[in-house]
Design a protein around this ligand. Sequence first.
Ligand code: Z5A
Length: 210
Amino acid sequence: MGGKLIVFEGVEGCGKTSQMQLCQAWLQSLGVSVVLTREPGGTELGLDLRRLLLEKVDHKPIAQVTELLLYAADRAQHVEQELKPYLAQGKYILCDRYVESTIAYQGYGRRLNMSLIDQLNYIATGGLQSNLTIWLDVDVEVGLARKRGTEAALDRIEQETIAFHQRVQQGYADLAAAFPERIIRIDGSLSKEIVHQTIQGILRDRLLLG
Ligand code: Z5A
């Protein structure tokens, strides 16, 4: 069986982590070899970049283009060190965020130049696309409220305005409309169990799993 890259996307608190864990357990029960990873921070170098990018308080401002380049650097390392080798080994990779996050956050959220973002995404990935991207669609306010229920301090991006997060959400909606075969919207406001069952159905249909 060939490897597959399955990406989970969405606004803060949409339930990616919860669903990736449920999916991992389900795939393993089918005998599928599965690994979990994330961006930023899927490699040792990436962990350092993640700290720089998301540190919670008293962090010196990061210029928007610098932020974009740091996400691209994290991704380039992740693709070379983790994603390509795992795919070559035939593993199913469940990845928390990938190129769509840069389009949604830096493109729609920060309003950086989209063709520059596309070029950087291409340089960082060498054109490696997900086999499937699951977009967990929840209202921005619902996602942020979930996060506020779990953490004392919000990180740099969580502290952005609601308008910023709404633009990010619009980015995901536009991506799902533009690439309906690869990017699948799921209603992330439903219970964890229902969302998980929906994802199971999609993976069965699209990736021909048992
Ligand atoms: N970023 C970027 O700007 N550009 C890029 O290119 C990339 C990233 C790659 C990484 O954060 C940050 O980097 C992110 C975008 C930016 N912005 N921020 N901040 P992250 O992905 O590591 O963290 P996050 O986006 O904030 O997600 P998270 O904390 O990992 O949350 P989640 O995984 O989506 O949700 P969760 O942990 O599964 O659930 C959150 C809470 O909700 C928890 O209490 C759950 O029990 C609860 N939950 C989950 N599902 C449900 C349902 N269905 N019902 C009710 N409650 C639920």
